[in-house]
Design a binder for this molecule. Structure first.
Ligand SMILES: C[S@@+](CC[C@H](N)C(=O)[O-])C[C@H]1O[C@@H](n2cnc3c(N)ncnc32)[C@H](O)[C@@H]1O
Length: 236
């Protein structure tokens, strides 16, 4: 499996995703169409699951590739008292945006690490994992190996990515100060390959693959296009 080799638009390529996200960090929180689709998938699929957690049972959730803490922020007020969130992120600049958002909150901690290098002890295994818009940047096998390593048996993982229909036209990118599109290293994984790689590591899809389409707010070219895809896996 190789990363996306050619793009049908002029771009500047950064060969390391750490450098790519270090360069994007300052602008990352200005919402983009894929983030908006991803927000809706999160609202529809993760928030109801969190709402049903028993209030008397604290949970430990990992946000793998947490970036600027876009989704960590949404979880904090909703978890049962005593719960913890660990954000894992390899870009220092992204983490430097995330950390001040949780200065007053001791239930959130961050680990600067690539997901591939992440090791957890038996005690540190988590009840649930979220990893939004990260899968595009990682080959499937190492991604699901770490997901299986950090999750307790019976735990769930919410994983989202760019949908292959959108991935066939582009990849994660931002526009730099010179007006040039900048890209890092991405893969255009299919849902079928994603599910097969997860199963190899003992993570099984619950329900259906969910698809996020461009909404009315988006430019005409994105309306109704399959932009995002989400999977809820259970670790057996
Ligand atoms: C598109 S951003 C998503 C950030 C956040 N999850 C969100 O939904 O806003 C992808 C993030 O994954 C991180 N990332 C990419 N590859 C990674 C890896 N191998 N290990 C850890 N983090 C990684 C990037 O640094 C970046 O912050």
């Amino acid at each position: 499996m190789s990363s996306i080799p050619n793009l049908p638009f002029e771009h500047v390529k950064i060969a390391s995703n750490v450098d790519f996200y270090d360069s994007w960090a300052a602008q990352y929180d200005q919402s983009n169409p894929l983030q908006r689709v991803d927000d809706k998938l999160f609202e529809d699929n993760v928030l109801p699951r969190i709402a049903f957690l028993p209030r008397s049972q604290p949970v430990h959730i990992m946000d793998l590739g947490c970036g600027t803490g876009r989704n960590t922020t949404k979880l904090v007020p909703l978890l049962p008292p005593g719960s913890r969130i660990t954000g894992v992120e390899q870009s220092e600049a992204m983490l430097n945006i995330a950390k001040p958002k949780f200065m007053e909150n001791r239930s959130v901690n961050f680990i600067r690490s690539s997901l591939e290098a992440l090791e957890v002890t038996e005690d540190e295994k988590v009840d649930a994992l979220i990893s939004t818009l990260v899968l595009e940047h990682v080959p499937l096998a190492p991604f699901f190996q770490v997901a299986a390593r950090v999750l307790k048996s019976g735990g769930w993982a919410w994983v989202t990515s760019m949908h292959p229909d959108l991935g066939s036209q582009g990849q994660a990118s931002f526009t730099n100060e010179e007006g040039k599109k900048v890209v890092g290293v991405s893969w255009n994984h299919t849902p079928e390959a994603t599910i097969a790689a997860a199963e190899q590591e003992g993570l099984f899809l619950e329900g259906e693959v969910v698809i996020g389409r461009g909404g009315e707010k988006e430019k005409e070219k994105w309306q109704d296009v399959k932009m995002g895809v989400g999977f809820l896996f259970i670790k057996i």
